[in-house]
Ligand binder design. Structure first.
Ligand code: C2E
Ligand code: MG
Ligand code: MG
Length: 699
């Protein structure tokens, strides 16, 4: 059976009317009517929302009582707008006050109406307290995240899934020198220079293609224009539906770290004084060159350069002057080689040069000669002038050795050979040298015990006065009787003693022995000749720089009440070249004590005559290399004659060394030479034999 629409609607309306009161009573929202500033009606839910009973509200309370004071104004305005100013509806939120004083958040939908023929308001209230607190939490969380991002000191940015900037922190703004407003919504192409933008874009794209994390280092120009080394750490993020949201990136500035690393690397690989590669970098480069040469079969020449006499400069002029000399020496060596070659400071006064691609001897030797020549030039060190020379050892790879260590050892041995050969020269490595190096090592070990084991002794070589054939001078020469090797030449072991720092102790011993001998010698002759006797002793430059041997010599003479003239000291020219105040002062002290000073081996060194005038020198000893060819080589004769003439002009006496023949002796006598020393008269003799010789040859 079907019903018509008309009666159905009426019926439904009637049913609804009957239902309405119960709907209002049971509604889950608050329903109210306000009139004359009083609640005319409040449904049970309304009363419950505020913690009152319906009876307590209806006809008794006005809206003000149920509103927190701060919101009262806002609510009463809304009410009066509807009641008196023609507004029909209102929709707003406010904070209500419950009977117990607690607050609730409420949303109101109010309508103007008529009740009992007069204006009233009917409205519904929804408790939105929990919704509000969820919003508040969300807001707070956003605020917190915002602060968090700002709190990160590294530049941070985030982009959407199309790599457009969404935001960044202050550090990022500072880093790129733009406010975030200039970034948001833009792509890198609108912000960074094209080639940089392309790089960033490519990286972003790669990350989007393989979502996850991405880390890379880059050199970028920051807003202040300086290049910065940075690390980009980027990660993708996703929306709640699982789709790609974009990326977030953090930039870590590692410029300082990189600089520190570079500094540490510099310190580990370069010599701070000269700025040259140090031993470590040298080894790396050598190993690299050797690897290359395996492939290319190229030859590498390695030079080991040692400055002759550097230690004397260091000892006499001081470390600061020594340092300046090393810096200048380094500069000079570098100027002799190609840019592609390596010059390294091996330590101390030793330099190493790596010359790749040189197989012929001619260019290698030219470089070695250049280095020797440039280092022989005087070094101006503040007010002082110093002279050194260089001994160079050369070895070839792969010809001479297979490993870097062996290459360097060979070069070192070749350098020692050059020193043995008279310094200021170069020599090539040969396998023989290895043997010599081992021997030298052993020699050093043995020498440490030579003194205490009584293996040292002095021999005496008479020095003849050519005018009358008198022997009243002799040179004390050191002898080492080695238990296995037999006699070892002082020319061999004195440099070793100098190197090992043993020379002062040995020198002191030599002085004491020489004094003992001169005392015995004086005792053996008539009193009137005793004071003319003299023993000359060789002193190493080291004894002037360090130690107490010279002071001990003076003390001994005083203690024994001996005239200073009974001892003369032989020094080499090199000592005088630097004219260091401490050397000059020591020489002056010796002179003051009456001790004479002789220049040994004159003519072989620098022959810078100027010092002869300034220093208190008594005797020149012409080196035996001039005497040897005196009778056959006119220039040697000329030099010898010139030295004698000059010495006499300067009031110096002259001793000719190494006189072996009558012919030489005659020539020397004819040239006016004062004294002769050599095998022609006598070899160096032990004390007994020496006294015997003197006794036999006294006129
Ligand atoms: P020197 O001071 O030039 O000594 C002269 C050297 O020539 C001595 O060699 C001597 O034996 C040698 N000789 C002498 N007459 C002749 C000759 O007619 N022909 C040849 N061919 N040689 C002759 P020696 O004794 O081997 O000493 C070598 C060097 O060792 C000395 O050269 C000196 O520089 C050094 N020396 C020796 N004793 C000492 C010492 O006590 N202290 C220091 N610091 N050095 C010393
Ligand atoms: Mg001598
Ligand atoms: Mg000599």
């Amino acid at each position: 059976m079907s019903r018509s629409t008309e009666p159905l609607t009426e019926e439904l309306l009637r049913e609804a009317d009957e239902l309405l009161p119960s709907l209002i009573r049971n509604a889950l929202i608050g329903i109210y009517i306000i009139q004359d500033d009083l609640f005319r009606y409040a449904n049970p839910r309304f009363a419950e929302m505020f913690g009152y009973t319906q009876a307590e509200i209806c006809g008794r309370l006005g809206p003000t009582a149920l509103i927190v004071p701060e919101d009262r104004c806002k609510v009463s305005e809304a009410i009066s707008r509807r009641l008196h100013h023609g507004a029909d509806t209102a929709h707003y939120t406010f904070r209500g006050r419950r009977k117990d004083g607690s607050q609730i958040e409420l949303e109101v939908f109010g309508n103007r109406t008529e009740f009992d023929g007069r204006p009233a308001i009917i409205g519904i209230l929804v408790d939105i307290t929990s919704r509000c607190s969820a919003e508040r939490i969300a807001r707070e969380q956003l605020h917190f995240i915002g602060q968090l991002i700002e709190a990160i000191p590294s530049p941070l940015f985030f982009k959407d899934e199309r790599a457009r900037y969404l935001g960044c922190n202050k550090a990022f703004e500072a880093f790129i020198g733009k406010p975030r407003e200039a970034l948001i919504g833009r792509s890198v192409f609108e912000i960074s220079p094209p080639e940089l933008a392309a790089r960033y874009h490519e990286a972003d794209q790669a990350l989007f293609d393989h979502p996850g994390v991405q880390t890379y280092e880059a050199l970028v120009a920051s807003a202040d224009g300086r290049n910065r080394d940075v690390i980009f750490n980027k990660a993708t993020y996703f929306k709640s539906d699982g789709s790609l949201g974009g990326l977030v990136g953090v930039i870590t500035d590692i410029t300082d770290r990189k600089q520190t690393e570079a500094l540490i690397w510099m310190q580990a690989n370069y010599d701070p004084l000269t700025g040259l590669p140090n031993r470590r970098l040298l080894n790396d480069r050598l190993a690299e060159l050797m690897k290359q040469s395996h492939r290319t079969h190229d030859c590498v020449a390695v030079m080991f350069i040692d400055l002759d006499r550097f230690k004397e400069v260091n000892d006499t002029l001081g470390h600061e002057a020594g340092d300046r000399l090393l810096v200048e020496a380094a500069r000079r060596i570098v100027s002799c080689v190609r840019e592609s070659d390596t010059v390294a400071r091996q330590g101390g006064d030793e330099f190493t040069v790596l010359l790749p691609g040189l197989a012929d001897e001619a260019p290698i030797e030219r470089i070695a000669e250049d280095i020797i020549e440039t280092l022989a030039q005087p070094f101006q060190l503040g007010h002082d002038v110093a002279y050194v020379s260089a001994s160079i050892g050369i070895t070839l790879f792969p010809k001479d050795a297979e490993t870097p260590a062996d290459v360097l050892k060979n070069a070192d041995q070749a350098m020692y050979h050059a020193k043995d050969e008279g310094r200021n020269r170069f020599s090539y490595f040969s396998p023989r040298m290895q043997e010599a190096a081992l021997q030298r090592l052993q020699l050093g070990k043995d020498l440490r015990h030579a003194l205490e084991r009584g293996q040292l002794s002095l021999h005496f070589q008479p020095i003849l006065r050519l005018a009358d054939g008198h022997f009243h001078k002799a040179e004390a020469l050191l002898r080492w009787s080695h238990p296995q090797r037999g006699f070892v030449s002082p020319a061999e072991f004195v440099p070793v003693a100098e190197e090992l720092g043993l020379i002062d102790a040995i020198g002191t011993w030599v002085f004491r022995q020489a004094i003992e001998t001169v005392v015995r010698w004086r005792a053996a002759v008539p009193a009137h000749v005793a004071d003319s006797l003299q023993i000359t002793v060789n002193a190493s430059p080291r004894q002037f720089a360090k130690g107490r041997s010279l002071a001990i010599l003076l003390d001994e003479l005083t203690e024994r009440d001996l005239p200073g003239a009974c001892i003369a000291i032989e020094i080499t020219e090199g000592l005088l070249l630097d004219e260091h105040p401490s050397v000059t002062a020591q020489l002056a002290r010796l002179s003051a004590a009456g001790i004479q000073i002789s220049i040994d081996d004159f003519g072989t060194g620098y022959s810078a005559m100027a010092y002869l005038k300034r220093m208190d020198i008594d005797t020149l000893k012409i080196d035996r290399s001039f005497v040897r060819d005196l009778t056959t080589d006119p220039s040697d004769l000329a030099i010898t004659e010139a030295i004698i003439a000059m010495a006499h002009k300067l009031d110096l006496e002259v001793v000719a060394e190494g006189v072996e023949s009558e012919a030489q002796c005659d020539r020397l006598a004819a040239a006016g030479c004062d004294y002769g020393q050599g095998y022609l008269f006598s070899p160096p003799l032990p004390e007994d034999a020496f006294f015997g010789y003197i006794a036999r040859h006294s006129p």
